[in-house]
Design a protein around this ligand. Structure first.
Ligand code: GLU
Length: 324
């Protein structure tokens, strides 16, 4: 009888231990919001998830990637708790945290920065037959300024305003997603499109590879200077034409730009943010090889351009690694 009681006790103990182990081992899933599949955000989400999923057993963490409408969509989805992480333009990070532009009067105080990634240029792609050689030539043209969830729409509106162009009165403005822009340009349904994006990328390659010849529109220095003076998050940039064989421009094209950044919410646990940060930085050389738009990345550059407070999980890693 004592034997029987002991057996029952042991069985129960085993059961408790097994179910506890199960709880501790439960995999935590996080989703990274990106952009259109032919941009750089989507493969960037893939690169980050590859780093952390390689250590799935150690962290019990699995990251998946979602194609989305872009920066504004990602911020809002993270703040609503629908996504855990997202790739977001540095200007959007600033605006959301401080309550300007799309978040006028609604500062997103729980937005947190994790790290910065590649530089992005405001890229104005036009059909050569439309004769658009400067921003002023956009008047009267069919121009995709970007879908409302995108990062580029705000950059297009800032640029048009600085150039004295009213997008409602002076343009036939479209609000379509970046992934559809190249096809629409080649089908002669638009004359030009804006895309704030790292180079090289699939969308611009697709636009340049078609039968309708394409040029990048240079942004006048005076307008760039005005924008850089007016907003803390803009910097002058250059679009490297060598990355796009077939484009009509012969020399690199001046523009302005921002940085792609990786963001999350203050509600995401420190250990999750720590794990992702650590895996990206500890595997930096491998990470850098995953996309040609990362060619200029350094660990130091990945700590520059953040506009919201750094998440404590990321900060823990930066302190440990002597980066902060
Ligand atoms: N910068 C774009 C946005 O915020 C996305 C660019 C990309 O997908 O690479 O909407």
């Amino acid at each position: 009888d004592r034997m029987k009681k002991l057996m029952i006790f042991l069985l129960a103990a085993c059961f408790v231990i097994v179910s506890m182990a199960d709880v501790f081992a439960a995999t935590q899933y996080v989703t990274i919001g990106t952009g259109g599949v032919t941009g750089v955000y989507y493969p960037t989400g893939g690169a980050i998830s590859k780093m952390v999923n390689a250590k799935r057993k150690e962290y019990n963490l699995r990251a998946t990637v979602e194609s989305t409408g872009g920066s504004v969509f990602n911020v809002n989805a993270i703040m609503a708790g629908d996504l855990e992480f997202g790739v977001v333009q540095s200007d959007r990070q600033y605006q959301a945290f401080n309550g300007t532009a799309d978040w006028e009067g609604k500062p997103q105080k729980k937005l947190r920065a994790v790290f910065s990634i590649h530089p992005e240029s405001v890229t104005l792609v036009a059909a050569v037959d439309a004769g658009i050689n400067g921003v002023a030539d956009l008047k009267g043209k069919r121009v995709n300024i970007g879908n409302p969830g995108s990062g580029q729409r705000g950059n297009a509106l800032d640029l048009l305003e600085a150039a004295g162009i009213n997008y409602e009165a002076d343009l036939k403005a479209e609000g379509i997603k970046a992934a559809e822009s190249a096809g629409m340009l080649q089908d002669d349904r638009i004359d030009a499109f804006f895309y704030t994006v790292g180079h090289p990328n699939g969308s611009v390659k697709e636009a340049v590879a078609g039968t309708r010849q394409v040029n990048f529109v240079p942004i006048d220095k005076a307008i760039v200077d005005k924008l850089v003076g007016q907003f803390p998050y803009y910097a002058p940039s250059v679009i490297p034409v060598g990355m796009y064989p077939g484009v009509a421009n012969k020399a690199d094209v001046p523009s302005f730009g921002v940085k792609a950044t990786f963001v999350t919410s203050a509600d995401i646990p420190d250990n999750v943010v720590y794990a992702i940060t650590k895996e990206v930085f500890e595997n930096f050389d491998n990470f850098k090889k995953l996309h040609p738009a990362y060619s200029t990345l350094t660990k130091e550059s990945m700590l520059q351009g953040m506009r919201a407070p750094i998440h404590p999980g990321a900060m823990k890693y930066y302190k440990e690694a002597g980066l902060k």
